[in-house]
Design a protein around this ligand. Sequence first.
Ligand code: BES
Ligand code: ZN
Length: 629
Amino acid sequence: MNRVVGIVSLIALISCGGPQESKEEKEVKEEKALIHSFARPGEARVNHLNLIASVDFENRKIIATAHYDIDAANDAEKIVFDTRNLSISKVFVDSVETKDWWVGPEVPFLGQPLEVTIKPQTKRVSIEYVTTDGAEALQWLNPQQTAGKKQPFLFTQSQAILARTWIPCQDSPGVRYTYEATVTVPSGLMAVMSAANPTEIDSSGVYHFEMEQPIPSYLMALAVGDLVFREVGANTGVYAEPSMVDATAFEFEDMQKMLESAESIYGKYAWDQYDVLLLPPSFPFGGMENPRLTFATPTILAGDKSLTALVAHELAHSWSGNLVTNRTWNDFWLNEGFTVYFERRIMEDVYGKEYADMLTLLGKQDLEKELKSLADSPEDTHLKLSLEGRDPDDGMSDIAYEKGYFFLRTVEENVGRERFDQFLNEHFSSNAFQTIITEEFLAHLKEDLLLNDEVKYKELKIDEWVYGPGLPDNCIEVSSTLFDQVNAQVEAFIAEEGTAAAIDTTNWTTHQWLHFLRQLPSDMGVAKMKDLDSRFSLTKTGNSEIAAEWFLRAIENNYSVADSAIEEFLIRVGRRKFLMPIYTALAEADPSKERATAIYAQARPNYHSVSTNSLDELLDFNSDGPTSK
Ligand code: BES
Ligand code: ZN
């Protein structure tokens, strides 16, 4: 099987890209960018997908035919798709069945190429297939795992390279296409996608979707369940299970304001409608920026809107990520660092500078912790990563998010906000619906923002930020008076005579609580933990962020009163960001890992593959064991 396309076939018929760039240059650039994909879009690329799918909950399968409109080069001989654990039954070229297709050997985490012989004039390729139990993007939930407990639920998580486990696709962020879909689900359930969505259940169980803006495959998304829609603002709304929709609409009441704030900073929202889908608690992420429909964990429903920075974050991806996309996962910081920067700008605009400063300081703490944990692999602390031959999931650390943020903040403070905003506005409008890599961004930055001032470029230590380890010493300083107040309380409390009764928590926000809990020593002892818990009922808190932080202190300090709450949390919640530190703390407290493994064995069936892949490794858990999915 020949995956290497000759240079001749690189000269394809693709427009777009900067005017100064030749087609050949663009092709070579694209070809180099295909580090986690078998596809060779220079030879033939998908430009539209029509997915006809039926969701079979009983057998936990999606049965589908995918019709692709393609653009083929003058000398194209084949089109290559990424697939992983898919069962392909038939292939058609321009509506005629062909036997001239084959699936290449399996490569770890990349899956298998599916090659179909075509002609340069081929317009359409269709693939009939069924998903298998190995479809890592999919999580099938039984009714017990939902809020309503009556209906099953399905959701997908395609980023980074899991789309290929439920749809054959050219699974590289550089390949964009529009799509439509017809999805049949059991009567009584609603299907929603990263597309224009229904607002009511259709008793026929057949739903039609259209996504008119071209998107990369990692943004393909589908969820099916007992869902209702509730409008929040003129073009914002929420989807949730019926019993959750009031709480969801309340928590995200400020969504329309956030959207308007975002537009006032970086220009018009390009995707028409912006909704949030509230998923069951096994969702492995906080949020996922599926276009038009952010997927979100219910663990951000704190009851007081205090965890909604996550909505600002996913909304911000509508510009950084979904509109201007990292061309490879090595440039992931262009998606996430920009998004954290934009998220904090939105939060500052809507809730004020003091609020945003607290988020920034918590982010700095996360960054410092991440830098420590990556001490043995300093190259993973560069903004520009090298993930060739590795699972892109390995590069998805706080470096991209927080080092990326602090880099942009440092540049902003140096050139001034007004100029920086002009520059970013231009960045989003001139690269809209395209992809970029780090080097292109740096070239723009040097030319358009720094006006080729070499001295300034050096002074900003840009190459050190992007291609060097750790945190450069010109990183901006941040402070928060609200956190300073907390620091004083921490000191007084941990002193020998300190008591919980003496802590003044008047008007503390969630973020102040988080800061407080993070400053507590890991060897503070059970008596102080007990004192805090009796005064503030932390073991019983309904705020997931506070709970997760408190549980870490409880484990470190052997505060066994929290044991059953920790177990209950780990069994109910599948969000990897919470699971990893808690299981790590459990494993550190008991190196035999007995307790961690016992809880994990019970909780694992509720977790998505994104979480089990990380946890199996952390706990040396044999996934072939009796608890495997
Ligand atoms: N796009 C990410 C989630 C993601 C990253 C999925 C990499 C797969 C691979 C999303 O926008 C995100 O960053 N989510 C964060 C929340 C955020 C507030 C930092 C999360 O899930 O914790
Ligand atoms: Zn993000």
